[in-house]
Design a protein around this ligand. Sequence first.
Ligand code: ZN
Length: 321
Amino acid sequence: MYSPMEIEGIDYEIKPMNCPFHIAIYKNSLKSYREFPIRYAELGTVYRYERSGTLHGLLRVRGFTQDDAHIFCREDQIEDEILKVLEFTLFILKTFGFHDYDIYLSTRPEGFVGSLENWERSTDALKRALDGKGLSYSIDPGAGVFYGPKIDIKVKDSLKRAWQCSTIQVDFNNPERFDVTYRGSDGKEHRPIMIHRALMGSLERFFGILIEHYAGAFPVWLSPVQAAIITIAERHADYASAVASRFKAKGIRTELDIENEKIGRKIREATIRKIPYLVIIGDKEISEEKLSVRRRNGETLAPMTEKDFLELIQDHINLRR
Ligand SMILES: [Zn+2]
């Protein structure tokens, strides 16, 4: 049952979506056509009631954060804005390593609001943006939101399972309902178009999909721990600590393992945790001032100086390989 939470005599409610708040920010002052497009973006945490039986790891949760944005623009700006959002979306997906995805254009559903003319115009704008980028897509007839057509992108993970992530929606209903206006070049009040967009969708879900996609073996730039420094014996601890401090100073997420354990076991543990680089330090490494480096796939690299290793790992991080 619905019940607000009372704190010091004021009713608080939980936020299910970000849109109305961006509208409130927009309406805080008069807007002119000269300022358009106006783009608001937010990492907005929202809450939805999902039945306990449908909750599933990070993939379906009750509180999540959306990389949400709302763009207020004129009708003649829709296509250009959609194109920019599309480019941004594809850049994000590519950067995170998703190269396989299906694009859907969802058209007018039965219980729609707004004029047929508006629907047609904005559906055409979405089509032209997709065609302009040379993207192939399927039409999902009648699957649009009641307030406007949309583009959905389903990414495929390494097991070819499709996940709904990015969405771009044209909306001409909410500006009407919330009485959103701008002053046009004719000096009169007009209704803007609102575009809702999320690139990753829910961050929790997106990271859930990423974990599945890489089976936990993240590229170096995404790895929670990028390098583990492992000592062979207790007497190597001071030297290893100094190396770890220098790694951290260079921004490498480093973990130091100076536990008094067998080296084989320490390597196995770090490998199971899929840490991309293991740096092993013993007598030889200290006397020759060279690092022994192993990749998580077991591959051993030729001994290298600390400087060379830092260059190698930073290269991987910067190129997001
Ligand atoms: Zn929205």
